[in-house]
Design a protein around this ligand. Sequence first.
Ligand SMILES: Cc1ncc(COP(=O)(O)O)c(C=O)c1O
Length: 384
Amino acid sequence: MPKSPPIYLDNAATSFPKPPEVVEAICRLVKEISLSPGRSAHRFSLAASRVIFAARELTADFFGCPDSSRVVFTSNVTEALNVGLFGLLAPGDQVLTTGMEHNSVMRPLRYLEKTRGISLAILPTSATGAIDPDDIPKRLNSKTRLIIINHLSNVTGSLADLAAIGKRKGGALLMVDAAQSAGVFPLEMEAAEIDFLAFTGHKGLFGPTGTGGFLLRPGLKLPPLKMGGTGSNSEQEEQPQLMPDCYESGTPNTLGIGGLAAGLEFIRRTGRETIRLKEEHLTRLLLEGASQIPGLTVHGPPAGAERGAVVSLTMAGRSTADLAFLLDRQYGVMARAGLHCAPAAHRSVGTFPQGALRLSPGFFNTEAEIQFVLAALEQIGIGK
Ligand SMILES: Cc1ncc(COP(=O)(O)O)c(C=O)c1O
């Protein structure tokens, strides 16, 4: 089987390629304006402010938030989650979370457990990585300050039912890590009773790396993680309380945020549901094909279940690192092996410590590419 032109199946890490309009927007911005918004009153600075404002409005609209000042841009979802976890949790608080969380959640939580005296309760997961929302009320108590949920697992593709979780949150706050789902699955902040929604810009939203953010439910206040120049209230030596300036100290990533806005426009024009259906189709092909290959095991929900475009596999007698290496070097297929920064999730589905080979199709992949990777996996299996 000849090596193919590069096939990118690592969209769960970051989406590639980016839509042409995202590339064009970034090039135009870097060529045409200076990128420091809100600092000066000259036309370039005002143009940069308008770029950020337009992106904020688009983001608010995209996530069903009526007030764009409640959208805060950060450098990725990890930073957004850190703002939420460090800002909301106090000694004695209990956090209810799942065994499917990314280290962007687990590492700050484990740190706060050690240094701030919070406690963790972990919801049980099924063998495919799903949680049962009915388990939530049984675990809530008067100390439960926060429920934090990974909407779409970056290991198994399993999807959490946010509406059902929101209805069962009792007096706790609901924080959602939407790193993998934003741009593909519906995410209406108010409808799902989400208090803190964290997203990253460079995956399903088609923006560049270095972008992300969070949306805060009205009335929810928490201290910022960093303080400094905001371009507003410069007479004060204290951090302004103004939203969103309070959380956006330092010159922002105008270039990236402009690119993210172009990604959101691309989704709007293409249709989020069109994107979801294409990814669902490619994922189904992948899952059905993989189930025919002797020795391959899929770790996650089956084809036909409501799930995301993340397929984790192991092959009997082959390490996952070997599989990824062979796919890349011999066949030109880029995928990711290992623990995917989510050891807890691999423990939950029984693939720790060896991990899995993760294939994550995106909107720009084709059926032919999926057929090619299946043929490559079959050949690797035969050649063992
Ligand atoms: C579920 C989940 N949470 C958090 C992250 C971290 O994303 P970022 O590196 O953009 O902060 C990822 C990405 O790998 C993820 O899949």
